[in-house]
Design a protein around this ligand. Sequence first.
Ligand code: HAM
Length: 424
Amino acid sequence: MPEFQTSPGMRDILPPESARWRRFVDVFAQTVESAGYGQVMSPLLEDLGVFQRIGDATDVVSKEMYDFVDKGGRHIALRPELTASICRAFVQHRPLAPWKIWYSGSMFRYEKPQRGRYRQFDQVGIEVLGADDPNLDVEVIALGWEFYRALGLQQVKLVLNSLGEPDDRARYVQALQTYFEANLDALSAESRVTLQKNPLRVLDSKREQDAALVAGAPRIAQFYSEKAASHFEAVQAGLTTLGIPFTVEPKLVRGLDYYRHTTFEYQGGTLDSAQNALGGGGRYDGLVESLGGPATAGVGFAMGLDRTLLACDDEGVFPAPSAAVDVFVVDTTGGAEALRITAELRAAGLRADRAYENRSMKSQMKAADRSGAVFAVIVGSNELEAGSVVVRPLRAEPAGPDTASGQVAVPRTDLTSHLTKAMS
Ligand code: HAM
C-alpha cells in the first residue's frame, strides 16, 4: 500500500472518466446557455459567515463544514454548496436583475462517505436572482429536466412541494412541533433530537419506527396563504403546459434551510433511497437579504455530477467519450520522423500519438493497437529513403487494394491530406 492515498470521500478522477465529467459540464452548459444563463466562477473559499446564513440548523452548516482560520486570522470555509456564494456575489457586484447564471465545480461536506456520497463532490447548477415570477420556477425545473433527457436518463422522477411563505412555514413548523411533541413516545430517539433543532426535518426520517407518525403529520398545504397557494398552482400549471410529469410530495423539505415556496428534487430510479436525489432546488427569496443585500427573489437548483453519472451507469447511458486517437505513428528509424509527422497531423486537426524510446516494430504496433487509432502510419528505413510512408488501417475498412490488410504506400508529402480525407 502506498504511503499516501486520497483522503476518505475524495477521489482521483482518471481518464477516460475525466473526459466524461468534462462532457457532462459541456452538455449542461449548452442546455442552460440556450436559455440565457451565463457562467459564474467563484472562489472555493468564502467567509464562514456566508454559509452560516444557509441556516445553523442544517447538518451542512453545523456538522459538515470544512472550516479553518487562515494566516490572516479570518474564519473561512470550503464551500459546501454554491447558492450562498452566488447570493454573496450578487450583493457584491449588483448585476442587473433578473440575473441568470450557471456554475459547476467541487463542493465539500464532511459526510460519511459511501456510494454516491463523498466529501468532495461536484455540482452543476443554475440560479436566477431578482424575479419571483412562477414561470421562472418552471423554467428552472424544466431546464434540469431537459438536461437529464440530454444525458439519456429515462428513470428520473420530479418531486415537487411548496413550503409556502415564511409565515406559513413558521405556522406549519409550530404545528409540527405540537404534533410530534404530543406523540414523543412513538418517535425514534434520533428524530427526537432532530425535533429539537428542526421539526421540518423529522418529515425526512427514513426510520421504520417514525413512518406511521410522519404519515399522519399535519400537511403544509393546510397552512398556505393565498399568495403561496396561487404561486404553487401556477408552477404546477406551467409544468403541465410543458408536459413535464411531476409528483407533489408534501414531505419534501430538503436539507437546506433557506427554501420558501417551491422546492423540488430530481430522484434517480436506480440508486439507494438515501442517495437517490440526483439534484434539487427551489426558491430562496430571503437569502440575498440575509447576506446584506436588498430584498431579492431567488430560485435555482444544483445537481450532483458524481451521483448523476452513477445513475447514467445504472441506466447504461452517457458513456465516457472515446479517448482513441485517429492516427498512431510507428517509426523504426529513430523517432525524428515520428516527431515531425505527429506535429503535422496535430496541426491539421487530427488526433495523433506515437511510440517512444525507439522500440521494436512489434512493440510499437502493439501500442498502436492499444491506442484505439483508426490508422497506423509506419515509417521504416526503406520508406524514409523513398520519401513515402505506409498507412495501415487498424480498424477502418481496408482503404486500398495493395494488400490483404488494406495498407497503402503514400508519398510523405501527401500524408496529411490523405489522412484528413480518410478520417472525414
Ligand atoms: P443539495 O440538495 O444539498 O442542494 O445538493 C444538490 C445535489 O448535490 C444533491 O441532490 C446531490 O446530487 C449532490 N450532493 C449533495 N451532497 C453530496 C455528497 N456528499 N456527495 C455527492 N453528491 C452530493 C444544494 O446544494 C443547493 N445549493 C441547491 C440549490 C440551488 N437550491 C437552490 N439553488
